[in-house]
Design a protein. Structure first.
Length: 92
């Protein structure tokens, strides 16, 4: 088969392939960051594989607590720079 494909076509087709659901990590990295003008985001990373798990706008402890309840199996949560989170949210 001699078919010419552009990079954009190949990338768009690859983006349609569903990714497998990531497994709940044993060790979770949690970090927040400033996007712009008082807008913050939170990044959750599998600390063992160093692969990102999720990213969301905001940096509240309630959202992190909800994520931890929905993903049982996290044994250790390593905070980045999250001094505003109560310590209880980072322990199981």
């Amino acid at each position: 088969m001699n078919v010419t494909l552009s990079r954009c076509t190949v990338l768009s087709q690859l983006m349609r392939v569903p990714l497998p659901s990531p497994e709940t990590p044993r060790v979770l990295g949690v970090d927040d960051f400033a996007l712009y003008g008082g807008t913050y985001g939170t990044l959750l990373v599998d600390a063992t594989s160093r692969l990102p798990l999720t990213l969301w706008e905001g940096r509240d402890a309630e959202q992190l607590g909800r994520w931890l309840r929905e993903h049982p199996g996290v044994e250790v949560a390593l905070p980045g720079r999250l001094p505003h989170l109560p310590a209880g949210h980072l322990r199981r």
